[in-house]
Design a protein around this ligand. Sequence first.
Ligand code: 4NP
Length: 147
Amino acid sequence: MKILMVCLGNICRSPLAQGIMELHAPADWRIDSAGTSGWHEDERPDTRSILIAKERGIAIDHQRSRQVNEEDFETFDIIFAMDSSNYTNLIRLAPNEAAKAKVRLILNEAYPGENRQVPDPYTGGQSGFRHVYELLEEAVQSFIKKY
Ligand code: 4NP
């Protein structure tokens, strides 16, 4: 199984989603993350994401931001969007119907059909990152349990 986690900047939410999924997934799964924007290309995750992950025993500081590309729709089996804006942008980028079918909102794993969002924590404080972590932990656990 190959899973790509996608948010806007690939420095706050999707690096956490990647780290949490890597912790829970079978060892032979490939997990990666990317941003719909290239604004933070090659940057480390936001220090607030690094900190909240570290508190839970997950190292994400080796990750580097990159923009999602057309090849990702070939490489990955599932592409998880953090919010509906990421979702819409991914559907727009998807080269064909098979690629579109790979795109899902991540919180629908825990709350099917509700289209809940992982809020963008970038402009807030550490508590927003803690909230994002809890939401992603819940979604990842639900996905793994169902798989
Ligand atoms: P992310 O958060 O999409 O969870 O990585 C953001 C990071 C950067 C910006 C917005 C959201 N930004 O505007 O630079």
